[in-house]
Design a binder for this molecule. Structure first.
Ligand SMILES: Cc1ncc(COP(=O)(O)O)c(C=O)c1O
Length: 450
């Protein structure tokens, strides 16, 4: 494929200027940590986009990038999906929020209940962390217990960040290095307890230790690799044995595994599940769904917010979920993802790199197998740098959406071939550090589920 005129990288000076200004105006500069350019190739990777379409965005400097981050997973159909956007635009003309509720709340509830195995009742929210906090409130209210055992990332709220209050060196391997629980009430210490993914005995032992005090097990059922056979079934059994609710956080996997989320794939049904991101193809939306027994007590709890009834997110969710199913988007993203995973491995082998491609087909990744974590960081930084130089925005994973087509795949594979060439020569001549023209990647936080 020949390079298009819009694919000529002209640097990110304007992005960097805005990012520096943002540091003065917005504490932390970005609203979401995952949008920080330091997570890619700082100085090469774009920080500000002005428009997007399909699987590409244009940055503030006028570069067009193939985007493998898909709005941090929120975009499942592609940017500006014509069907979703037409439905949202039509909704704008009838008003988007009223003093009373809109019937579309019931329409969305019915779609979720019809599709998601655990869903008999639903509540709405406007984002993933928001929806996780609702789920935790419901679990605590329903069981009358306070403690939450968790595994995985579940947003920024106090209930979750309370885990960082525990002074336990063991937690260093679980929690986000570098994120301190500043501003989280110290009195919450001990209310959120992490457990290691994949270790049934550890979970059972933790539940024994806190017997009678735990409201729920909150976990991502999987993130980018499939669980060991029987693992989630065992978690379900343990939850039942200890009389605690099981909550699946499906915010990141969303509707890529199947049009009903992860549960139809893994065959394990939790009491509650949380969705956001891909539920609405980039419009603000979140949902907490669950069994009647788990959810109904919420009618007695104070869980209430003005914009949870906003009909733009609700309409976007109704239309996105309908399109995901009708267009069989899970099948498309998995076919494309499998292809990219295989081609990545082929290029890795051709260049003789110490790396390996892996992961579920809708979200594959590759990693450098080097002993020194600093070297690994340098290699991923150099990779992002060389990809940005060739108008491809990514770290080392592919967050698929339906609009990733042949031209995006071809452009990416051509760029990867060149990037791997640079890395291979850098490794051969021990000159990786010299090839990095930006600041090294900063790992702000690590997730608990691989
Ligand atoms: C599994 C999971 N839960 C919750 C969240 C928080 O979602 P949000 O950023 O919409 O608040 C995320 C975000 O990445 C996530 O991956």
């Amino acid at each position: 494929m020949s390079t298009q005129e819009s694919d000529v990288y002209i640097g990110v000076a304007k992005s960097m200027e805005l990012y520096h200004q943002a540091g003065q105006l917005i504490p932390g500069a970005t609203q979401l940590i995952s949008r920080r350019p330091t997570l890619y190739a700082y100085g090469f990777s774009p920080a500000y986009a002005v428009s997007a379409k399909g699987a590409r965005f244009t940055d503030v400097d006028g570069n067009e990038f193939v985007d493998w981050v898909s709005g941090i997973g929120a975009v499942i159909l592609g940017y500006c999906d014509p069907v979703v956007d037409a439905a949202v635009k039509a909704k704008i003309d009838t008003g988007t929020m009223y003093s009373i509720s809109h019937p579309s709340e019931l329409e969305l509830a019915e779609i979720l209940i019809e599709r998601i195995p655990c869903a008999e009742m639903v509540r709405f929210a406007k984002g993933g962390g928001d929806a996780c906090a609702v789920a935790v409130r419901i679990a605590r209210g329903t069981t009358g217990k306070d403690k939450i055992l968790f595994c995985g990332y579940h947003g920024w709220h106090d209930w979750y960040m309370a885990a960082n209050l525990i002074d336990d060196e063991e937690l260093d391997s679980h929690l986000f290095p570098g994120i301190e629980p500043i501003g989280v009430p110290k009195s919450l210490a001990g209310t959120a307890i992490p457990f290691p993914y994949g270790d049934v005995q550890a979970l059972d032992a933790t539940l024994e230790k806190h017997a009678g005090e735990v409201a729920a097990i909150m976990m991502e059922p999987l993130r980018s690799t499939m669980p060991e056979p029987g693992y989630l079934e065992s978690v379900r059994k343990i939850a039942d044995k200890h009389g605690v609710l099981l909550i699946f956080d499906e915010v990141s996997t969303g509707f890529r595994p199947t049009a009903g989320g992860t549960q139809p794939l893994v065959g394990v049904t939790p009491d509650i599940a949380v969705f956001a991101k891909s539920i609405s193809n980039g419009y603000p939306m979140g949902a907490v769904v669950g069994t009647r027994a788990a959810m109904e007590p919420a009618s007695q709890m104070f869980i209430s917010s003005t914009y949870w009834s906003d009909t733009l997110g609700i309409q976007a969710a109704i239309t996105s979920l309908t399109e995901v199913k009708n267009r069989d988007v899970p099948q498309t993203v998995q076919t494309t993802g499998r292809f990219m995973k295989e081609q990545t491995q082929k290029l890795i082998d051709e260049h003789g790199l110490p790396a390996e491609a892996a992961g579920v087909d809708w979200h594959p990744h590759f990693s450098f197998n080097v002993d020194n974590p600093e070297t690994a960081k340098q290699l991923t930084t150099l990779f992002s740098q060389e990809m940005a130089r060739r108008n491809v925005h990514m770290a080392t994973s592919f967050y698929l959406n339906e609009s990733h087509g042949d031209s995006e795949c071809n452009q990416t594979l051509e760029a990867m071939n060149e990037a791997f060439k640079v890395i291979s020569s850098g490794l051969a001549t021990n000159s990786i550090a010299e090839k990095i023209e930006c600041q090294p990647r900063v790992d702000i936080f690590r997730r608990l589920v691989s």
